[in-house]
Design a protein around this ligand. Structure first.
Ligand SMILES: Nc1ncnc2c1ncn2[C@@H]1O[C@H](COP(=O)(O)OP(=O)(O)OP(=O)(O)O)[C@@H](O)[C@H]1O
Length: 221
């Protein structure tokens, strides 16, 4: 589902550089990313999602080299193929929780906002414990509730790849397990792969593999 080869990326300004000789994520595989703050975990997810462009190297997602797409093509590809739970949620305050969850359908003509999509949004919200808060705007939701909206938005399109940046960070331990159950159940149903940054080491046994940026110093720096 994801193949990285000889990936090189640097931010102008801070001088942070990321180098990734090789990484593969199989279809329906679930891999956790751990590592110290500032080691490049979010940067890697943004590269895979095509939000950042590499200096060189291959980023193959579902058979497409995202680095070669135009900005518009990348946006469309991301919306139809990838569900991304952002670390800062990236919700739109002028939209209700329901409208935020269904936002991918607004911006991607190829995605049809039909009754099935609306039902899926509702069912996901109920499963996440925010079924009664769908008409509220993000400013009237707690951090944990906003996070669940972001998770529902990432899952509603049944993406083939789920990228999750600390999706359980603001939740209590029982909710963390429940949200991970939901994430994995949705992934299994859609045959999706999961790549999840987490600082919750107690969740790691639930993943098939762990990519540790701390043990990856020859590749990062
Ligand atoms: N837009 C940016 N411009 C310049 N430097 C950046 C930018 N975003 C991140 N960085 C720097 O790149 C490095 C990697 O950041 P990144 O967010 O990928 O780390 P991380 O491992 O996800 O950290 P955390 O666990 O704290 O979220 C950091 O040193 C950070 O300061």
């Amino acid at each position: 589902m994801v193949r990285l080869e000889n990936l090189k990326f640097g931010y102008s300004g801070t001088g942070f550089r990321l180098r990734f000789p090789e990484f593969t994520l199989d279809e329906d595989e679930r891999v956790a990313i751990v590592g110290p703050s500032g080691s490049g975990k979010t940067t890697l997810l943004n590269l895979i999602a095509g939000i950042l462009s590499p200096e060189s190297g291959l980023i193959d997602v579902d058979g497409v080299n995202v680095a070669e797409l135009s900005d518009a093509e990348r946006r469309r590809f991301r919306a139809s193929t990838i569900g991304f739970v952002f670390q800062d949620f990236a919700l739109l305050d002028y939209l209700s929780a329901r409208q935020n969850i269904l936002y991918p359908y607004r911006i991607t003509p190829a995605l049809k906002l039909d009754a099935a999509a609306r039902d899926r949004a509702e069912a996901l919200a109920v499963a996440c414990g925010i079924g009664d808060k769908l008409d509220r705007h993000p400013t009237a939701l707690s951090q944990g509730e906003q996070q669940r909206v972001a998770i529902c938005r990432a899952l509603v399109t049944q993406p083939k790849l789920i990228l999750s940046d600390e999706a359980t960070g603001n939740l209590d331990p029982a909710s963390k397990e429940r949200i991970l159950d939901l994430l994995f159940a949705q992934a299994a149903e859609a045959g999706a792969a999961v790549l999840a940054v987490t600082h919750d080491h107690e969740l790691l046994p639930r993943f098939e593999r762990v990519l540790d940026f701390a043990q990856f110093h020859e590749g990062v720096g």
